[in-house]
Design a protein around this ligand. Structure first.
Ligand code: 6GU
Length: 304
């Protein structure tokens, strides 16, 4: 996987030479380049931002500098975009999404109006006002050939930048990593990169540990708690069932704990479960926790 990061603080990404990510680079699993956005400026001050049109506090990153940089990295020619958000003429064709006209009449494709992208290159902008980045996104993006991240600073970047590249046919995504504010996209990019690249085959020492984790697979549940030896530590024991050697009982205990912890901490994740995928034992546990499980998704009953 080829990874390009554009930032005004490219040194921030020196940490990627450490630990598992460093090893993955030496093994040739990933190749990372952090670029300095200021290398694409022409003025003496190397300025990348300007005041917001319409007024307001802070500075906004200028589209011209970003576009020179991204055109270079993506191998695109500058073009005009018309009022419909379409780019005129030919060129920049390599990023045009595959036409799905051939399959437009099949049931599975007809409900999706989104262009079909092939994950050759995905351009990602961290943005606190965008949809949340989830494990599902990490899994999808772990199949990309090339990821390009554009780190905004200050109050953000000119909204036309992602829009322009979408009009060029590029698969452009904007993601937030949570409901809090960071100073810039660098931290968010390192979070997304770690979530994505640890899913690459060969990245992790123990790939099985990925399967059991929270948020993995078709359902997202918080993981059960973990214990190691000693069985009693400072007077605190581990649950007896974990010492029983009965794997069936251990599995059920852990599954029930995952359901109970998710119910207590993230009930929104319970609401997204698919009831048809739940075992009889799962449904029994959820009913005991106050959920109704006969519809498509669990629904919380009034618990007084
Ligand atoms: Cl992606 N960027 C910034 N600046 N702040 C954030 C964020 C991203 N996600 C949550 N907070």
């Amino acid at each position: 996987m080829q990874i390009d990061i554009v930032s005004v603080f490219p040194e921030y990404f020196d940490v990627l030479n450490l630990s598992l990510f460093g090893k993955a680079q030496s093994k040739g699993l990933v190749s990372v380049h952090a670029h300095n956005l200021r290398d694409w400026t022409h003025d003496v001050h190397h300025s990348v931002d300007d005041t917001p049109v319409g007024g307001g506090a802070g500075m906004v990153m200028k589209p011209e500098v970003w576009a020179e940089c991204l055109d270079d990295l993506l191998g695109l020619e500058p073009r005009e975009v018309n009022a419909d958000g379409e780019s005129d003429g030919t060129g920049n064709a390599e990023h045009q999404p595959a036409s799905d006209s051939a399959s437009a009449d099949t049931a599975s494709d007809s409900d999706s109006q989104a262009p079909v992208h092939n994950l050759d290159t995905v351009l990602i902008f961290p943005n606190p006002s965008a949809p949340l980045f989830t494990q599902r996104d990490a899994t999808e993006l772990s199949h990309a050939k090339r990821l390009m991240f554009g780190c905004g600073r200050y109050e953000g970047y000119d909204a036309r930048i992602p829009e322009y590249y979408r009009a060029q046919g590029v698969d452009v995504r904007e993601y937030s990593i949570g409901d809090y504010v960071l100073n810039g996209g660098e931290v968010a990019v390192s979070v997304m990169l770690e979530a994505i690249t640890r899913l690459l085959p060969g990245f992790m020492g123990n790939p099985e540990s990925i399967v059991e984790e929270s948020y993995t697979g078709s359902e997202a549940l918080l993981e059960h708690r973990q214990y190691t030896r000693p069985a009693v530590w400072r007077g605190m024991g581990v649950p007896d069932v974990l010492l029983s050697g009965d794997h069936g009982k251990v599995d059920r205990f852990r599954r029930d704990e995952a359901l109970a912890r998710t119910d207590a901490i993230r009930p929104d994740l319970i609401e997204q479960l698919d009831c048809a995928q739940l075992s009889k034992a799962d449904r029994k546990t959820l009913m005991a926790l106050g959920w109704e499980v006969s519809a498509e998704h669990p629904r919380r009953l009034n618990r007084e």
